[in-house]
Design a protein around this ligand. Structure first.
Ligand SMILES: [Zn+2]
Length: 198
């Protein structure tokens, strides 16, 4: 039985590298893979997933209105050995798209590996992650480390002046902000959780 997996982590844990490595493992064994990434993530100019260590593979770009199920079914017509769908930045999925991923695993019998963040810079869940955490057959944490050495589970948005951001849109495109992954103890020193700070 094909399964839906959610590999979740904080920022900068090497999710894209892990995704590309998994795809490579399938292809090395003669099986085909299909990759998806969010539409606004084509910062390198072509639709592909890139890792910081130099790997890349072409990807189909999705937005909120895109049917991942239909695209996969269409791809199956020319890829009879398609065994695995891999999806980067899965936190940007809608609830309906996560339901489509369940259908890809259970109706089309293709394994679905998704990679994404659990929470945003205000410690709120992303819609895609919320339903992946609820509906995936397997949850796998990709671990990364806070500056203190504890496991980092949270993401702090840092503005151009190096200060933590405590309000704003969940998705910010084209800004100068960057992200730092930290443990919950250190997150609370910078951003209030549900209005409660240290
Ligand atoms: Zn820490």
């Amino acid at each position: 039985m094909a399964k839906l997996y959610f590999y979740y982590s904080a920022m900068n844990a090497g999710k894209s590298t892990t995704l590309l490595q998994s795809s490579y493992n399938y292809r090395e064994r003669g099986m085909q893979t299909l990759l998806f990434a969010p539409k606004f993530d084509d910062r390198f100019g072509s639709p592909a997933i890139y890792s910081r260590i130099g790997l890349m593979q072409e990807a189909i770009l999705f937005d909120k209105d895109f049917s991942i199920f239909s695209a996969t079914k269409e791809a199956l017509e020319n890829m009879e050995n398609l065994r695995c769908v891999l999806l980067d930045e899965a936190h940007f999925l809608t609830k309906a798209q996560v339901a489509e991923l369940v259908a890809i695993a259970k109706e089309l019998s293709i394994a679905v590996l998704t990679y994404g963040l659990r929470s945003d810079f205000l410690a709120e869940p992303f819609e895609g992650s919320k339903y992946l955490l609820t509906w995936a057959d397997e949850l796998v944490e990709i671990k990364t480390i806070c500056h203190c050495g504890s496991k980092a589970t949270m993401n702090v948005r840092i503005d151009a002046q190096g200060r933590p951001v405590t309000a704003g849109e969940q998705v910010q495109i084209g800004g100068n902000d960057s992200y730092v992954s930290v443990c919950m103890k250190h997150f609370r020193t910078m951003v209030p959780i549900n209005g409660v700070s240290v």
